[in-house]
Design a protein around this ligand. Structure first.
Ligand code: SF4
Ligand code: SF4
Length: 86
């Protein structure tokens, strides 16, 4: 079973710099041109359901705006969600 992950981008901190979009090996991040943050930036968002939870986006983000979550197996038939890096 492939590792499933997803990310949350905090719009308060995201400045739409594109670094995470370019760094993602799965190409699942994009800049949302339809949204504006309270500071006037277009924020990044998860555009596709193929994130592996690798954390590269969080590591390159200069604003620490990204939280990564990952499903991990707890038995052969069950998984739980953990915050990556914990
Ligand atoms: S790297 Fe961080 S600040 Fe830049 S677009 Fe991505 S989430 Fe926003
Ligand atoms: S955790 Fe990895 S796969 Fe998921 S969005 Fe970030 S860089 Fe892409």
């Amino acid at each position: 079973m492939p590792v499933k992950g997803w990310v949350e981008v905090d719009p308060f901190y995201c400045k739409g710099c594109d670094l995470c979009v370019n760094a993602c090996p799965q190409d699942v991040l994009a800049i949302d041109m339809d949204q504006l943050t309270s500071k006037g930036y277009h924020p990044a968002y998860l555009k596709e359901d193929a994130c592996t939870g690798c954390e590269i986006c969080a590591l390159v983000c200069p604003e620490a705006a990204i939280t990564v979550y990952r499903e991990v197996p707890i038995r052969s038939d069950r998984r739980k969600v953990v915050k990556a890096g914990n």
